[in-house]
Design a binder for this molecule. Structure first.
Ligand SMILES: [Zn+2]
Length: 248
């Protein structure tokens, strides 16, 4: 069953543990164009969770290896490869997307994608996975709620490294799959921001308790991005701290 519109453009930010399964599911679902955004190369120590890559891909640019794998699975897929990290000066890679699937493990990238998506009124699905816990949040084109309604800003003091905290491959697989499902729900909705798109849905998977729970996130009136007194009205590079951890 093909769910996705063939004219749809989905941007996947980060081809790591979340982006690999998300991109694969979207390609197999029939999405017309996948625009992939990453600047990294395949690392042998991450293969357990980066399911598009094999030993023979180690050292290749992730997007070249991902393109080969995705076109094997979905020959009719159109790919738009953007070999860059998402930064304030490269944020134009998000323009024209029907939905953005954010799969990095960088808080700075998540907040940048959140702000840019809201400012260009594009739906966004933000994912995260650390150890046995993973989450995915569907954000509507007009916020209410957005990622900043949950987490106001980039945490001070940096973030734990993946190498230190550990990432469980199958948990990434679940979360990446859920992100693809939430994105397909957006594409399948009858209009931009339609209630059927499921915006405001937070899915949380606990791989130790074997639970997958859905929460409806509330809009936060004081949110600096989508609240009543908005203070973020443009992409200001100084707002986004440089990445502090390698690829997801
Ligand atoms: Zn908000």
């Amino acid at each position: 069953m093909t769910l996705a519109r063939r004219d749809a453009v989905v941007v996947v930010v980060g081809l790591g543990g979340l982006g690999c399964p998300a991109a694969l599911a979207l390609a197999r679902a029939g999405v017309g164009t996948l625009r992939l955004v990453d600047d990294d190369r395949v690392d042998g120590s991450n293969l357990h969770r980066q399911i598009l890559f094999g030993e023979a891909d180690v050292g290749r640019h992730k997007l070249d290896a991902a393109a080969d794998a995705l076109l094997r699975e979905a020959p009719g897929l159109r790919l738009d490869l953007r070999k860059t990290r998402l930064r304030p000066d490269t944020v134009d890679v998000l323009v024209g997307a029907d939905v953005i699937v954010e799969c990095s493990d960088q808080f700075a990238v998540k907040f940048l994608a959140t702000d840019a998506a809201f400012l260009q009124q594009t739906p966004l699905v933000v994912g995260a996975s650390i150890r046995w816990i993973g989450t995915a949040l569907s954000v509507g084109p007009f916020g209410g709620p957005c990622y900043r309604c949950l987490f106001e800003d980039i945490p001070s003091g940096g973030q734990a490294s993946c190498d230190v905290s550990g990432v469980v491959g199958p948990v990434c697989g679940v979360v990446g799959g859920v992100q693809a499902q939430l994105a397909l729900r957006v594409l399948d909705a009858p209009g931009l921001g339609h209630p059927d798109a499921g915006h405001g849905t937070l899915v949380r998977f606990d791989g130790l308790a074997d639970t997958l729970r859905t929460h409806e996130v509330a809009r936060r009136p004081g949110c600096p991005l989508c609240g009543v007194a908005r203070s973020i009205t443009r992409i200001d590079g100084a707002r986004y701290a440089p990445p502090s951890c390698g690829d997801e």
